[in-house]
Design a protein around this ligand. Structure first.
Ligand code: G1P
Ligand code: ZN
Length: 542
């Protein structure tokens, strides 16, 4: 039976960079998840009888909200839901299912790389029929609706057994519990030269992958071990756990330190990689060398034609504004378009749908292509492996040759987490106020060329997104960017992005923080980071 339940609105259900993210106890408040899901449905039109994909990264509270979402989908008139077995779907796999089966959209339950558990993070986001995160127009409508919502619709049927594959029915709606891995693995096999990668691995090339006790475990086991022949045990931490084993499932040098240490050790494997909570981020490390995500976008773009799925070349490349300009030089050489978008994968959707770009990337360990409408961790790993198999060179050789050909963009991001919100806003307001006076100012050897508050004019739908980060560009191509995170769940996180372009190959082996030292000091001088936040050092340096 369908019930209409009265409810009262919450004022804080504004989706951030990637959906609504809050602590689990916050989500457990009465009707909190129900209100948000109903607000999503109320903001959509034309889904009666259509299919909705539902899945998540397996974190704590995943199964509970999946049951709620299924029952609300039935009550709101969807004809069918496709749910990953066990409630599991990586974010890129969910995007693929939506596209492959022509679903109306999808609900993805994840807080990405944030920790999980009873007092940690949870999240809900809506993806549209192109498989990508809902546009700002839709997320604004969801937020507006959530502020006035007074009832939601839900079936009172029993819970669905999420672990039993097959077709079931719930209040007249079909519920298909599907294998979360199969369709995705098939897609990867269509894009990449699996026999070449398999032969490379059989020839002794050693690969390790850290699934960080998160969603990519089953995907990586199937693809790397079963289909590509990597020895059992190559995929570490492959069981998705509700609390990710107590770790942050964030594939960076801080949270994947064990992997990093192994890759820098004397007996390092040839290739090490990791993915995050929901499987859309990647970390790539060669024997003795970490590849920054910004460099990875550039290097994958320069070599993508070596993989069968990209043999025809790329239509264009897009990168988020704070991502380094390394990809721009590749686009220039290839004679293809390069687009600079605000932070967040949703801004790539229009460019991909319009066929203007093939590869997209963000400095925050996100890389992907037109095969889905999300960034895709394992995709990046497999493209690297395909390139390595064809070029038959080490990661280090590929990276150093790339720098020699294109120049090196030294790059680092400094995060100041859980900063007082008022102090963080004050810092950004103060920067904004300084913008008109900065051009021409000298700081030691550095002269400010331009300074602005980044605004994006979408070339496809001509929508404008303002206040996407403060950019200070110096003569010679160095820059510092400041923005506040839109994914945090407590206090504010200030992100400072620092970049220097170095064309001279004899200066390509400087330690990154050293190569950026003067810019780091100037960033503090202009923004007053220490004085305003009371922090002496960043919480995380990537
Ligand atoms: C962060 C990253 C951004 C990424 C997002 C979702 O957002 O910086 O590149 O798209 O997570 O994974 P932020 O917290 O900076 O708003
Ligand atoms: Zn993620």
């Amino acid at each position: 039976m369908i019930n209409t339940v009265s409810t009262t609105p919450y004022s804080d259900q504004k989706p951030g960079t990637s959906g609504l993210r809050k602590k689990v106890p916050h989500f457990q408040q009465k009707n909190y998840a129900e209100n948000f899901i109903q607000s999503i449905f109320d903001s959509l039109e034309g889904f009666l009888g259509k299919t909705l994909v539902i899945g998540g990264d397996g974190r704590y509270y995943n199964r509970d909200v999946i049951q709620i979402a299924i029952k609300m989908a039935a009550a709101n008139g969807f004809g069918k839901v496709m749910v990953g077995r066990g409630g599991i779907l990586s974010t890129p796999a969910a995007s693929h299912l939506i596209r492959k089966y022509g679903a109306f959209g999808g609900i993805i339950l994840s807080a990405s790389h944030n920790p999980g558990g009873p007092t940690e993070d949870f999240g809900i986001k809506y993806n549209a029929s192109n498989g990508g995160p809902a546009s700002e127009k839709i997320t604004d409508a969801i937020f507006a609706r959530s502020k006035v919502i007074d009832s939601y619709r839900i079936s009172d049927a029993d819970d669905i057994d999420l672990d039993m594959p097959g077709i079931k029915s719930l209040d007249g709606m079909e519920v298909a519990i599907v294998d979360p891995v199969e369709d995705y693995a098939e897609l990867m096999e269509a894009l990449f030269d699996f026999p070449a990668i398999r032969a490379k691995i059989q020839g002794g090339f050693r690969v390790i992958f850290d699934a960080m006790s998160a969603v990519t475990g089953p995907y990586a086991k199937e693809i790397l071990e079963n289909r590509l022949g990597a020895p059992k045990g190559s995929v570490k931490n492959f069981m998705p756990l509700p609390d990710f084993g107590g770790h942050h499932p964030d594939p960076n040098l801080v949270h994947a330190k064990d992997l990093y240490d192994e890759m820098m050790g004397p007996d390092a494997p040839d290739f090490g990689a990791a993915s995050d909570g929901d499987g859309d981020r990647n970390l790539i490390i060669g024997k003795g060398i970490f590849v920054t995500p910004s460099d990875s976008v550039a290097m994958l773009s320069a070599n993508a034609h070596l993989a069968p799925g990209y043999a025809k070349g790329l239509a264009g490349i897009a990168r988020s504004m704070p991502t380094s300009g390394a990809a721009d030089r590749v686009a220039e050489k290839l004679g293809i378009g390069i687009y600079e978008t605000p932070t967040g994968w949703k801004f790539f959707g229009n460019l991909l749908d319009a066929g203007m770009v093939t590869i997209c990337g963000e400095e925050s360990a996100g890389t992907g292509s037109s095969h889905v409408r999300e960034k895709d961790g394992l995709w990046a790993v497999l493209l690297w492996l395909n390139i390595l198999a064809v070029r038959n060179e080490s990661v280090k050789d590929i990276v150093t040759k790339h720098w020699a050909a294109f120049g090196r963009n030294y790059y680092s991001r400094h995060d100041y987490e859980e900063v007082d919100t008022a102090a963080a806003n004050g810092l950004v307001d103060n920067l904004r106020a300084q913008l008109p006076t900065l051009p021409g100012r000298k700081f030691g050897d550095l002269t400010v060329q331009t300074a602005d508050d980044f605004a994006y004019n979408d070339p496809v739908d001509h929508s404008v997104s303002e206040h996407q980060g403060i950019r200070i560009l110096f003569e010679g191509g160095s820059r510092v960017v400041f923005r506040l995170s839109g994914t945090g769940t407590s206090g504010a996180t200030l992100r400072v992005y620092i970049e220097r372009y170095e064309p001279d190959a004899s200066r390509h082996d400087i330690e990154t923080q050293e190569a950026l030292a003067d810019l780091i000091l100037v960033a503090d001088e202009i923004a007053g980071i220490k004085s305003r936040t009371g922090r002496d050092t960043p919480s995380v340096i990537t």
